[in-house]
Design a protein around this ligand. Structure first.
Ligand code: GAP
Length: 457
């Protein structure tokens, strides 16, 4: 019973999250006015900021703060030979099953097993087709003729452009093993059954690092990157209690992998993968060397050995992490209204580092020119360093509530004390309100920039 209740409250929670995302401009259905297109989403004004903050932080931690990683930005379309060599053209498929009664199409792992019998998760029928492979890459044609010679695919992962540029990047960056190449970019998969909001989409973004090493370093680096990646999620505000590491059994991972961890998150719809950390051995570089006839070997100056490096790959989904951030941040509590009466509030408790808007600035009254001028001065002071929202409409409590709902961590109110009208010692000070605790402190305007910059770093 408890489980049923939890399930329904989790479904309810997810519905509220989806509705908030649309209402406040985080995520919209793609092509909505035409009825949408399944598995495709658009990020609105706040969603795009959240997504950018996440990608920028990933880039900062994975590239800028390290000596051993460089970045690249590869094209989405590549020579078809890449997909042949990587094995995607022949094997990148999911087993698909159809229900002959309700016509639901699903991945084989979505079929329910009850007392040894397979059942449709939608209508319960046992009349299902046998699983058959469904190819996940989107096929397209490059150039004016649509024939076999012009076929290629929208990339299903960003990793392959890193592998095929390995030699160029190695030469220009003059890095020594171990070193990595990082990339953030779009990937496309014609998923059989996109679902759970943006969790399984047909177009999504990945943040991938291919970390090249000597063969004997592979297993140790797999552990290292798993730990680094867990730290990353904690540093963007995802609690460790909601993160889980799954040691993927051999039979589930790629045949060339010597070890794979999935980092999973407790979404309201269940525990699901956020990121895979895989030791891919030298499979990809070997395949491309064989197929292209170009050497992708590394020459070790010290030992005078030539060999194909191995690779450990932490591969994270941008959209899944954005969804995890929103799910983690969503909360409901109570806050006092204008008259001090407690009322329900929805608050997104984003870590300030990822929050779309860092700070809101409010003049206490919009019809007092001196308050408005001062508030706008503060906006101008902060704006070069952070996203700021200026709001003068409605009661101050309402304005706080609107910002709580979109996860703005700090609110600044310019009041009569700021003007020095009540107490000259308070001139040029403001109230700084913190979203989660709702605590207010009196701060000098001249201290604001440093104080806030520290808290959002
Ligand atoms: N290069 C390795 C690779 O692509 P993957 O496990 O297939 O491995 C890595 O994908 C990550 O990309 C996943 O952990 C997930 O976060 C994200 N991802 C994969 N398919 C996705 C989809 N259909 N929608 C949203 N994100 C997806």
């Amino acid at each position: 019973m408890a489980e049923i209740m939890n399930k329904s409250s989790d479904t309810h929670r997810m519905e509220k999250i989806v509705s908030l995302c649309k209402r406040r401009g985080f995520i919209f259905q793609s092509s909505e006015i035409y009825g949408g297109l399944n598995g495709l989403w658009d990020y609105g004004p706040l969603g795009v900021e959240l997504k950018r903050n996440l990608k920028n932080y990933w880039w900062r931690v994975m590239v800028h703060e390290r000596d051993d990683v460089v970045g690249m930005d590869g094209s989405i379309l590549m020579n078809r030979a890449v997909w042949k060599a990587s094995g995607h053209e022949d094997t990148f498929s999911d087993p698909m099953v159809d229900c002959r009664v309700c016509k639901t199409r699903m991945r084989a792992d979505q079929v329910i097993e009850k007392k040894g019998a397979r059942q449709c998760p939608n209508c319960g029928s046992k009349d299902l087709t046998e699983p058959r492979p469904f190819h996940l890459m989107f096929k397209t044609y490059v150039g004016a003729t649509e024939d076999e010679s012009s076929i290629t695919y929208l990339r299903p992962e960003t990793a392959q452009s890193i592998f095929v540029q390995f030699k160029n990047v190695l030469e220009v960056s003059r890095k020594k093993l171990p070193f990595g190449i990082a990339q953030i970019g779009k990937a496309f998969r014609n998923e059989i059954n996109p679902r759970n909001f943006t969790f399984r989409s047909r177009e999504f973004e990945q943040m991938e690092l291919e970390y090249f090493c000597r063969p004997e370093q592979g297993m140790e680096l797999l552990e290292y990157w798993k730990e680094e990646r867990l730290k990353f999620y904690e540093n963007i505000g995802i609690s460790r209690a909601n993160l889980h590491v799954r040691n993927v059994p051999n039979e589930e991972s790629a045949f060339y992998s010597k070890g794979t961890y999935d980092i999973e998150y407790d979404f309201p719809f269940g525990r699901q993968e956020l990121e895979g950390v895989a030791y891919r051995t030298d499979y990809d570089l070997s395949q491309h060397q064989k197929a292209s006839g170009k050497s992708l070997e590394y020459f070790d100056e010290e030992t005078k050995q030539r060999f194909i490096p191995h690779v450990v790959e932490p591969s994270a989904g941008v959209d899944r992490t954005v969804l995890a951030l929103i799910c983690e941040a969503y909360s409901e509590d109570e806050a006092p209204d204008e008259k001090g009466k407690m009322e329900a509030r929805i608050v997104l408790r984003f870590h300030p580092r990822v929050a779309p808007i860092k700070c809101a600035v409010f003049p206490l009254l919009k019809n007092r020119e001196s308050l408005v001028v001062k508030a706008k001065e503060i906006v101008d002071l902060l704006r070069p360093c952070m996203t700021v929202f200026y709001d003068e409409s409605g009661a101050i409590g309402r304005r706080y509530r609107r910002q709580d709902e979109i996860g703005t961590p700090f609110g600044i109110t310019v009041d009569f004390e700021t003007l020095g009208e009540k107490d000259p010692s308070l001139r040029d000070t403001v109230t700084l309100r913190e979203r989660d605790s709702m605590k207010q402190e009196r701060v000098k305007i001249s201290d604001l920039l440093e104080l806030l910059s520290m808290r959002i770093a």
